[in-house]
Ligand binder design. Sequence first.
Ligand SMILES: Nc1ncnc2c1ncn2[C@@H]1O[C@H](COP(=O)(O)OP(=O)(O)OP(=O)(O)O)[C@@H](O)[C@H]1O
Ligand SMILES: [Mg+2]
Length: 278
Amino acid sequence: MPVTGGSWQYPGMPTAAVLNQKGGVGKTTLTLGLAAAAQRAGDPVLVVDLDPQGSAGWAMGVEADDDHLAVGDVLRSGNPKVAEAAIVTSGWGEGIDVLPASRNLIDREADGWADESLHRLRRALEPVTGRYRSVLIDCAPSLGPTTMAGMTAADGVLLVVELSVLSVRGVEAVVETVEHVGKEHHPELDILGAVVNRAPPVSAEADRQELELERILGRNTVWRPFVPQRTVVNEAVGRRAPVQDLGYRARDVIAVFDELYAHLLAVLPDPPPPPPNL
Ligand SMILES: Nc1ncnc2c1ncn2[C@@H]1O[C@H](COP(=O)(O)OP(=O)(O)OP(=O)(O)O)[C@@H](O)[C@H]1O
Ligand SMILES: [Mg+2]
């Protein structure tokens, strides 16, 4: 079965925007963990690196190259051919692809993007998305126009939070932006749920914050299992490798990301059966 470059298509946009405007909560960690789980499952996946820091692409072995097309070109053009040319196979292997970040991607808050420009990423990705079982958009710590373009390109938003009061307080602003984008640009946009990163051991404060999160997002929106704090996560990034390359020491983290990935597939659009000639 062709993984990239093939002709079979999934309908809809099995695309999740991983976001939180708070920095350092684990958006990139979750994106990488889910991409690694997709690889273990044998599923083709595309990671869209929408953060000028370019951490997701770097961790997947993609070198920043100002001469190569990148996500900024896709955002500017809205052209599927540009997206096609910009996407590269990651260092993790065949079928694990990256749309690389643009270092000069300036979130032009002050300019106020034209409404139309928010749809360009979606338009450009639509034909390409069909080749993947899922597309993961790693957003920057911002709720500016670039992140809004990421939301507009997605089927749903996956929040990453820590169970601390400051992290949970920020979720209300994220929800407001999702509602705004939903109302103005993308009526089908959903909040898929919230993934808890760096889960603390038993803690009454964490329990309180989980209840607060459910008050904001609704019941059963906080996904299980929580992602624990583990040094293997950092080691994998340092090696620019999927976490499974760390072997036995990574087994509990691998199990967590496998479950979260299964949950993601359950809430994204189903793929159709492959056409009979495959
Ligand atoms: N569960 C974890 N265990 C160990 N380290 C973690 C974990 N989650 C995140 N980290 C580390 O914390 C740092 C911040 O995480 P990450 O880059 O995923 O956050 P982010 O939300 O993407 O940040 P930014 O807002 O800057 O994009 C990284 O060095 C990452 O490796
Ligand atoms: Mg990040």
